[in-house]
Design a protein around this ligand. Structure first.
Ligand SMILES: Cc1ncc(COP(=O)(O)O)c(C=O)c1O
Length: 487
């Protein structure tokens, strides 16, 4: 299936959302971007966005050598993104859900979870594709507005909200999914008129994710209104004079299973049944959050988005009809990881090969400061060597790939078989686009932040400068404060 929504050659988008939608559903062919059914993703080697040509790795039409071995080489570690893959991911996600829900006359809205990656170029591409935003802090909201999103395209679902946060959001027309009943007491009287659609993030008592630290929907979670207080929370909104309602949940991040997503839909239908029966409330949108996983290991099966979408649409439609809904609500999703994760890799250089005890270390210039997920969540990131593209090299050794931060926990991959490495070799850390750069540590060990580039066909676009050590310890930030000792 090919779609001519966004031609990689001309970079022209079909801006009319209705037309875009029609095209998306009509399976027209094009010369550019592909919508790939989720089940057939990752059935090939190497991992996206890499391709092999003449025993060399490429991203789109650019050889990795061009990035790190040419005259104008970029410094490593380097985040490299594929524009084409980013667009394919967005369209694949949109297609799966829009086509399933449109059968029942329901509209799907995609609020990209910008916490996964807030690079302005990425935000801008997604804006042009028709995405809205899920933001979790006021800082993210302001950043997305600076990148071109209108306040009415931004949905806010933050935790630990201050009075200032809440009133600023209301004054600026940003839709809030309140995190707690207590948040309502913080609204200034004058801003009540701005509270047009009242919505809470609720705890459905279903949780899932790739690691216990990414589970959020369970009883006792710090996020959202506890299950037993949901009716009371909406009763408060009614008391405040609110006439229009939404509801939000997000069960966690990084699940590859269909089952938790369907269990969540069932739990949310129970909640909507209570709200209808006890308060007469019908919601105008249901936001199911994000959490759709991406295979980090070659042997992982991709999530079956089609099944999630089709089962969800059927359950929701049937229950809301039973409840006598006059207008079916909009359905919102907030994918972050799914959109950006496999659109990026990190290129890193081997500084030292050394043996310690039984371990064969490949010590590289990336680290937990570049990519914190392995240290923080024990996450697996598949690593390739530039030599892995060369089919003539068959001899492999096991390495522990570790970084340059002064922490024993700074290990990027504990055991990985790679073609025999030498100092100066380039390694490729895959699936780096989500919660990679965005969680990078700038100040620890004074390392700074790496550069980022985006590939689009044959072109290489820098999309952020490195933040260098001088700026971290720099005059305005810290050196000036040494004056204390001179007085
Ligand atoms: C409220 C909310 N929505 C959406 C997401 C996106 O999750 P993911 O990147 O797994 O799709 C998150 C991430 O934790 C979140 O906290």
């Amino acid at each position: 299936m090919n779609y001519s929504l966004y031609r990689a050659d001309s970079m022209k988008l079909i801006r009319d959302p209705k037309k875009r939608h029609e095209l998306l559903l009509s399976e027209k062919s094009s010369n550019g971007i592909k919508v790939i059914p989720s089940q057939s993703r990752y059935k090939y080697d190497p991992m996206p966005p890499l391709v092999i040509e003449n025993n060399k790795f490429k991203i789109e039409e650019v050889l990795l050598d061009e990035l790190v071995r040419s005259e104008n080489q970029f410094p490593t570690p380097l985040y490299v993104y594929s524009k084409r893959r980013l667009i394919e991911n967005y369209l694949t996600f949109e297609h799966a859900f829009s086509s399933a829900f449109s059968k029942y006359g329901m509209n799907v809205i995609i609020n990209y979870a910008c916490k996964a990656n807030s690079n302005p170029t990425i935000l801008r591409i997604l804006l042009e594709l028709g995405a809205n935003i899920d933001a979790v802090t006021v800082e993210e909201v302001k950043h997305c507005m600076a990148c071109g999103y209108e306040p009415n395209q931004i949905f806010y679902t933050g935790v630990s909200n201050s009075k200032e946060d809440i009133n600023w959001l209301l004054e600026n027309g940003v839709q809030i999914n309140f995190d707690a009943i207590e948040d309502l007491k913080k609204i200034n009287k004058i801003n009540l008129e701005h509270l047009r659609t009242g919505s809470f993030r609720v705890i459905p008592n279903i949780s899932a994710g790739h690691h216990h630290k990414t589970h959020t929907g369970h009883e006792g979670s710090k996020f959202g209104v506890p299950y037993s207080q949901i009716v009371e929370a909406y009763a408060h909104l009614v008391d405040l004079g609110v006439k229009k309602f939404g509801i939000h949940c997000h069960i966690g991040s990084g699940s590859l299973e269909v089952e938790p997503f369907i269990a969540t839909v069932n739990a949310m239908m129970e909640i909507l049944t209570k709200l209808k029966k006890e308060l007469g409330i019908e919601v105008s949108y249901i936001d199911f959050g994000g959490g759709f996983g991406v295979p980090y290991r070659l042997e992982n099966e991709p999530i079956n988005l089609k099944e999630v979408a089709e089962s969800s649409a059927k359950i929701i439609h049937n229950r809301l009809k039973e409840l006598g809904y006059k207008t079916l609500p909009e359905i919102h999703y907030e994918p972050g990881r799914y959109i950006v994760c496999d659109a990026s890799v990190i290129l890193t250089r081997v500084n030292t090969i050394k043996r310690s005890g039984d371990t064969n270390y490949a010590l590289v210039d990336a680290s937990m400061a570049t990519l914190i997920r392995p240290a923080m969540y024990d996450s697996y990131h598949h690593i390739l060597s530039e030599k892995s593209a060369n089919s003539n090299i068959t001899e492999k050794e096991e390495y522990c790939v570790a970084g340059r931060v002064c922490e024993s926990g700074d290990v990027l991959n504990k055991r990985i078989m790679l073609p025999k490495l030498s100092e100066g070799d380039i390694l490729i850390i895959t699936n780096a686009g989500a919660y990679g750069y965005q969680m990078a540590l700038a100040t620890y060990n004074g390392i700074g932040l790496p550069a980022q580039v985006m590939i689009s066909e044959k072109s290489i676009y820098p999309i952020s400068n490195p933040l260098v050590t001088q700026e971290i310890y720099g005059l305005s930030r810290a050196y000036n404060y040494m004056k204390l000792f001179n007085e």
